[in-house]
Design a protein around this ligand. Structure first.
Ligand SMILES: NC(=O)c1ccc[n+]([C@@H]2O[C@H](COP(=O)([O-])OP(=O)(O)OC[C@H]3O[C@@H](n4cnc5c(N)ncnc54)[C@H](OP(=O)(O)O)[C@@H]3O)[C@@H](O)[C@H]2O)c1
Length: 293
């Protein structure tokens, strides 16, 4: 169903979505079009956010009311080897996109991550909690948050976590592939987070773009929490796959970047948007996969 935003907010928006070819970007484009907005879906090939002149030209040509910045360097382990590449997109380019948006009077909804936290709490992280990234990816995303906030007063920083959805590498697809060829898999029990379907997140991001007064940091992730091990169990059960899920710990899978042990996102905001439970997001994603196969 296509909603008429004019009925809800009095305005059909012109939205620029960067990183529109990515897993989240394509969901944002779809959600925004479903809500009746005019969307300029800029993939990396169409708009490289590190190219400052191109970013400014796109803003001047398109004149968006709001920008949803989904462009990012998302290879968490790769960032440990190539800080400059991660920094160029997640930090410097994010700031320039926000600045160029401000020049044409556009708000910016910038997507960030649970990896700005060190995972040391045992209850959900809220927006004002102290940040302390464990790795380069989180550091560059945090630097980006700060630059965006400084460059454009009309900013929303939307921190999210553990994404799965169509058109990107994600844990759900990996487990479905492994479950089809193996009798058992070992999955860590000592990392807890909020699995989040890009479809649910995308609707919330568009809603934030629609709110003229929305500003500051917003935590947006699937409601509830689980370990990767529990998520794997739920995937196999819902998909009807007969594959045992064995418990493992993170020290059995040494990777270049450390991950936070507990990165569940909560919100202390009165104007918070609560996403549906992660199990519902998983069910919707699995149904969408079946529908296209
Ligand atoms: N995935 C998660 O679990 C997760 C968790 C928390 C937060 N996030 C955040 O969510 C946002 C979206 O991530 P995602 O999962 O959708 O990742 P993704 O699928 O990797 O999407 C990122 C997109 O940005 C594009 N991009 C990279 N460099 C660019 C550049 N210089 N100019 C323009 N576009 C560029 C990528 O293009 P190429 O594919 O061509 O490189 C890709 O299409 C990011 O801000 C990420 O930090 C993700």
């Amino acid at each position: 169903m296509t909603l008429d935003p004019a009925m809800l907010y009095g305005k059909r928006l012109r939205l620029l979505v960067t990183g529109a070819g990515g897993m989240l970007g394509r969901a944002v484009v779809e959600a925004a079009r479903q809500r009746g907005h005019d969307v300029f879906a800029a993939t990396r090939a169409e708009l490289d956010v590190t190219a400052e002149a191109a970013v400014r030209a796109a803003m001047l040509e398109w004149r968006p009311d709001a920008v949803v910045n989904c462009a990012a360097y998302t290879d968490v382990d790769g960032a440990e080897r190539d800080r400059a590449a991660a920094d160029a997109v997640n930090h410097l380019a994010a700031g320039r996109v926000a600045d160029a948006a401000a020049e044409v009077g556009a708000r910016i909804v910038h997507v960030s991550t649970d990896y700005v936290f060190d995972g040391s709490k045992r209850e959900p992280w809220v927006e004002s909690d102290p940040v302390a990234p464990l790795g380069v990816y989180g550091e560059t995303k945090l630097a980006g948050e700060r630059l965006v906030a400084a460059a454009n007063p009309a900013h929303v920083i939307a921190r999210t976590a553990w994404l799965f959805g169509t058109g990107g590498r994600n844990f759900v697809d990996t487990m479905l592939a492994l479950g089809a060829e193996r009798d058992e898999v070992s999955v860590v029990t000592d990392q807890i987070g909020c699995p989040t379907w890009t479809g649910h997140l995308a609707s919330a991001l568009v809603e934030l773009a629609e709110r003229p007064q929305a500003t500051g940091i917003h935590h947006l992730a699937g409601a509830g929490q689980c370990s990767w091990n529990e998520l794997a169990l739920e995937i196999f059960e819902r998909a009807g796959i007969d594959c045992r899920v064995l418990p493992a710990t993170s020290d059995q899978f040494v990777r270049p970047a450390r991950r936070p042990a507990y990165s569940v996102l909560g919100s202390e905001r009165r104007d918070r948007i609560v996403l549906p439970p992660w199990q519902r997001g998983l069910a919707q994603y699995l149904a969408a996969r079946v529908a296209v196969s």
